[in-house]
Design a binder for this molecule. Structure first.
Ligand code: F58
Length: 691
């Protein structure tokens, strides 16, 4: 039913639904019990914490769906330019607390639950993490979704619905072991499977030339077809009804799948082949170091890109018949190079299916793409072997060659026959393994290219993409990363959140983070300082309890907590940290006992996962544990130094420090990545570069 086409019917439906779902305590209690009884299928007189969480999540989801429908309806009528964010990875984490806070009904739910004999915080702990990503890049995608929803953008996020998220880390005898994270084990109450939103995605096969009304055109006859089915995850904005969608694709067997096997009567093989289709989206690649030219990964990239582009074009065509309007209605943001096959796919659709002609299609493509680079060094850049691409996506290889040919011809006119420069800028890299440079493809087609901090953006212009910067200086921009205060203060630190709102006299900072500067006026106020210290102390107690429960190490609350949590990487310098700790230990041991009272006791906390194949990073983890073992069992040193390793020059930006700073921590850092911008905000006296 569409409200526009049949308003009398719509009116009736609206009356039947009696407006929107209600958020008073009784309605929420009824709603939760209804879900216990009918969704979770447990008796409303007998259900445990996990079942209560599931019912609660479904009740919240109902409200999200309602808003999501309204949002879609609103934008369908308005038909604005939509922003499509394409990312291979999203680290969404948990949804419950974030959703009820953004919907403004956390207290109502807490009250309703307590009437039913449950505690909101306890139920929130039942939720697992949606860890569909590796690190900073993936969490940035999640923070961007939250911001776009809050700022009322008509936005969509697209990605892959991995069945296995980032591996779980288990430490045995100081060594990291990886365990699969089958996060969908007990169902995922936040998503909705859209059985009607499916698209065929083609692989392999051959390209044939056909004659269409006297014009030559290319037809791709695939060797394999996999169906992509949409799973929608609502992302609510804070303080607005705008609720956007993160649409994740999963692989399903297609009816066209391996027709050959059916036709030859090989029934068993045909069924096994069908099942293989589901493998496409089954596992997230856990390497955060460099690109690996693996076929499955390339398949994953094209799978999500192709389904997303089909979806975007279908939505456009619902309201428009002329592709001239496409750039006014569609903006595609490429989150690093992983989705950049989208460029070749858009060209394929516009040229081969919509028959727009190459020049017109290219003109459109160049107006719709923009590209964020997260890499710092050339090794981080994706290069796809030509042979691999040619076998998996034969038509796309032709298209990329054509783009490159035209680009190089144009380039020759601009810079002359400087063959060194031409070969550096070419999308095709010649060499032992002929490859496609995906970043070059993305830069050539995108209207804007951005780095993620000032230092990083300057580096891109001066080093990594110097040739391109000289050609197109206007394309290069800096968009310094940020993190959402909704998750990183409001959800994670409720007592600090209450303190800030009390002193600012408003909650407006939850939408507009710049308003936090209003606290400066009270910075010297002893009452604020005392309240602030109290909040920190209570949080410190909670952390100390957690550390003891997890590792058995008892830490002193009077110690300074010195924390480094991020992926384990040589360039992130956990090794330097641990060497500093060994040095500090050595100093304490060699100190006169009388001098020890001058030492500030310290609890060093190092947390992070290493990529499963990253030997040195795994050795760093083992070293941390060995050092901790030594220091923590040395009664002579006692509380002066404790090391806790949490199991849980090349930084492009770094976002972890922003989260710590927001919560009142001091920053120990070199002026790398976004530190420069952070110091501009917090003042140089809050940066410690000498301890
Ligand atoms: C990170 N990159 C940067 N890549 O290291 C960090 O400085 C920056 O703050 C963050 O992006 C956001 O811009 C990062 O997380 C990956 O995880 C890639 C995933 C795919 C394979 C290659 C690494």
């Amino acid at each position: 039913m569409s409200l526009g086409s049949d308003s009398a019917k719509a009116e009736r439906m609206f009356r039947l639904m009696d407006g929107f779902l209600k958020n008073d305590s009784i309605s929420l209690q009824q709603d939760i019990l209804r879900h216990v009884e009918y969704t979770v299928a447990r008796s409303r007189f007998n259900f445990d914490d996990f079942e209560a969480y599931q019912a609660l999540a479904h009740s919240v989801r109902d409200r999200l769906i309602e808003r999501s429908h309204d949002t879609q309806l609103y934008f369908k009528r308005k038909d604005p330019k939509r922003v499509y964010f394409l990312s291979f990875e999203y680290l969404m984490g948990r949804s419950l607390s974030n959703s009820v806070i953004n919907l403004g009904i956390r207290d109502q739910y807490a009250d309703a639950l307590s009437q039913l004999g449950f505690e909101f915080e306890v139920l929130a702990e039942q939720e697992g993490d949606a860890a569909l990503g590796n690190g900073g890049l993936a969490r940035l995608s999640a923070c961007q979704m939250d911001s776009m929803a809050t700022l009322d953008y008509p936005a969509w996020g697209y990605g892959l619905r991995y069945e296995y998220g980032l591996f779980r880390q288990v430490i045995l005898d100081g060594f990291q072991h990886e365990q699969p994270d089958f996060w969908l084990n007990f169902g995922n109450p936040w998503e909705t499977e859209r059985v009607h939103v499916t698209y065929p995605v083609k692989f392999y096969g051959v390209v044939e030339e056909e004659n269409l009304n006297g014009e030559k055109c290319n037809v791709w006859i695939p060797g394999e077809v996999v169906e992509a089915v949409a799973y929608d995850n609502p992302i609510p904005g804070y303080g607005t009804r705008n609720t956007i969608t993160l649409r994740l694709w999963a692989g399903k067997p297609s009816d066209q799948h391996d027709m050959e096997a059916y036709n030859t009567g090989d029934y068993i093989n045909a069924v096994v082949c069908r099942q293989k289709a589901e493998n496409i989206s089954s596992v997230l690649y856990p390497d955060d170091r460099s690109f690996q030219g693996k076929e499955l990964r390339l398949k994953q990239q094209y799978f999500f890109v192709s389904a997303s582009i089909q979806d975007i074009i279908r939505r456009f065509k619902e309201a428009h018949s002329n592709f001239d309007e496409f750039p006014e209605k569609v903006a595609l943001q490429l989150n690093d190079t992983h989705p950049s096959l989208a460029i070749a796919e858009v060209m394929r659709v516009l040229v081969d299916k919509e028959h727009l002609g190459w020049n017109k299609a290219w003109d459109i493509a160049c107006k719709i793409f923009s590209f964020t680079i997260h890499a710092v060094i050339a090794e981080g850049l994706e290069k796809i072997p030509v042979d691999l691409l040619g076998s998996l996506l034969p038509r796309h290889l032709q298209i990329i060659y054509e783009i490159n040919f035209k680009f190089v011809e144009e380039l020759k006119k601009r810079i002359g026959l400087d063959y060194n420069r031409l070969s550096r800028m070419s999308i095709i890299e010649e060499g032992a393994v002929k490859s496609i440079r995906m970043a070059n493809l993305a830069i050539v087609c995108s209207h804007t290219v951005n780095g993620v901090s000032k230092v990083h953006s300057e580096l891109l212009k001066a080093k990594l993409f110097k040739d391109f910067y000289e050609l197109w200086p206007q394309k290069f921009q800096c968009k310094t990363n940020g993190v959402t205060q909704r998750r990183w203060i409001v959800v994670s630190n409720p007592s600090l959140c209450a303190l800030i709102s009390k002193w600012l006299g408003t909650e407006a900072w939850i939408r507009d983070v710049d308003l936090l500067t209003g606290l400066r006026a009270y910075a010297a106020d002893p009452d604020l300082q005392q309240e602030w210290m109290m909040v920190k102390k209570v949080n410190k107690m909670r952390l100390a309890e957690y550390i003891e429960a997890m590792s058995g190490v008892k830490v002193s609350l009077d110690a300074m907590f010195d924390v480094q949590t991020k992926r384990i990487h040589e360039y992130k310098r956990q090794l330097l940290n641990i060497l500093g700790i060994i040095h500090r230990y050595d100093c304490i041991k060699n100190m006169e006992k009388s001098q020890r009272s001058k030492v500030v006791p310290r609890v060093c906390i190092i947390g992070g996962k290493a990529a499963p194949g990253y030997e040195i990073a795994k050795k760093i983890i083992k070293l941390c544990h060995a050092v901790a073992e030594k220091i923590n069992n040395d009664t002579d040193v006692g509380d002066l130094l404790k090391l806790h390793i949490s199991t849980a020059g090349h930084e492009a930006s770094g976002t972890g420090s922003m989260k710590f700073l927001m919560n009142g921590c001091l920053l120990l850092a070199t002026e790398d990545g976004s530190t420069v911008e952070i110091v501009e905000e917090i003042g140089a006296d809050n940066l410690i570069d000498d301890v």
